[in-house]
Design a protein around this ligand. Structure first.
Ligand code: KIV
Length: 308
């Protein structure tokens, strides 16, 4: 599909100079919508610190999500429930500082928006004002639609998230695919349309059958970002640690590991331990000297007594 002249101009002029490097300008929501219209797939990954975010941006990522998956992959909890607003803000700040182009999405943690619209708006504002996020994400439709409307009305763009919504894992009966009966699949389509109507600029579809995600994607004018939702989505997202092979043991069926960094890191750390034990590290080139006359004066101060 062809972009209009105006759309083409925005895409082709969206670069800024940072030092000597040409950095594409900040990803804008209209640009994401153009990508859907033009059939250019959107790449999104989670990031939780400056180093990861910088690498994601350098790799050409469009969107970085400071996901509440941090509760599990960074903080070591066994679900996403315990991560707090303050912990999410801490991580979001380091991600925002590291990127210039990627859209930064702060994931509203459990408890940050469930109680009231006022809470939801207050916490969304904290993500933007205190942590530099560009937009926020929240899970669910139905009861959450007024929350979406309230946050959008406050001027903050909202990404929705339906299908497997990990903050409701107990109610859903575990980490399993959603929308696998005709009735439940229809409900997902209705939820997606309702989220679009409420003002979401994009929706994550997690662990949803491919034909259902395809229907939703075709029905919406806003982009869908899939994770375990098949190839018809307008974009794809993976958790940083899963993609890079930093999580060991069982991973979900939809995870594709693009590297085995756990092995690389473990071997490097083990080599360091071995070098420390054997004295192979540090070598001369890792050390600092001092001028010979200063050294002589320093040594003379001990008057030949090495223990002095
Ligand atoms: O928290 C997260 O990492 C997410 C992605 C799975 C979309 O919500």
């Amino acid at each position: 599909m062809c972009a209009s002249n105006e759309e083409t101009e925005r895409v082709t002029t969206s670069h800024t100079n940072v030092g000597d490097a040409q950095v594409p300008a900040k990803m804008a929501i209209p640009e994401l919508l153009d990508m859907k219209r033009q059939g250019t797939r959107i790449a999104m990954v989670t990031a939780y610190d400056a180093a990861g975010a910088r690498l994601a941006e350098a790799a050409g990522m469009d969107v970085v999500l400071v996901g509440d998956s941090a509760a599990m992959v960074v903080l070591g909890h066994d679900s996403t429930i315990p991560v707090t607003m303050d912990e999410m803000l801490f991580m979001t700040r380091s991600v925002s500082r590291a990127v210039r182009h990627c859209l930064v999405v702060g994931d509203m943690p459990f408890g940050a928006y469930q109680v009231s619209d006022a809470d939801a708006v207050r916490n969304a504002i904290r993500f933007v004002k205190e942590a530099g996020a560009d937009t926020v994400k929240l899970e669910g439709a139905g009861r959450m639609l007024p929350r979406v409307r309230a946050i959008v009305e406050s001027g903050i763009p909202v990404m929705g998230h339906i299908g497997l919504t990990p903050q409701s894992v107990t109610a859903l009966g575990g980490y399993k695919a959603q929308g696998r009966t005709a009735t439940k699949a229809r409900k997902l389509v209705e939820d997606a349309l309702a989220l679009q109507e409420a003002g979401c600029y994009s929706i994550v579809l997690e662990a949803v059958p491919t034909p259902v995600a395809a229907r939703i994607t075709a029905a919406l004018t806003i982009p869908t970002i899939g994770i375990g939702a098949g190839p018809a989505c307008d974009g794809q997202v993976l958790v940083y640690h899963d993609l890079l092979g930093l999580t060991e043991g069982h991973t979900a069926r939809f995870v594709k590991r693009y590297a085995d960094l756990a092995t690389v890191i473990r071997e490097a750390l083990a080599a360091f331990v071995a070098d420390v034990r054997s004295g192979a590290y540090p070598e001369e080139r890792h050390t600092y000297g001092m001028p010979a006359d200063e050294l002589a004066t320093f040594e003379a101060g001990f008057d030949g007594d090495p223990s002095a």
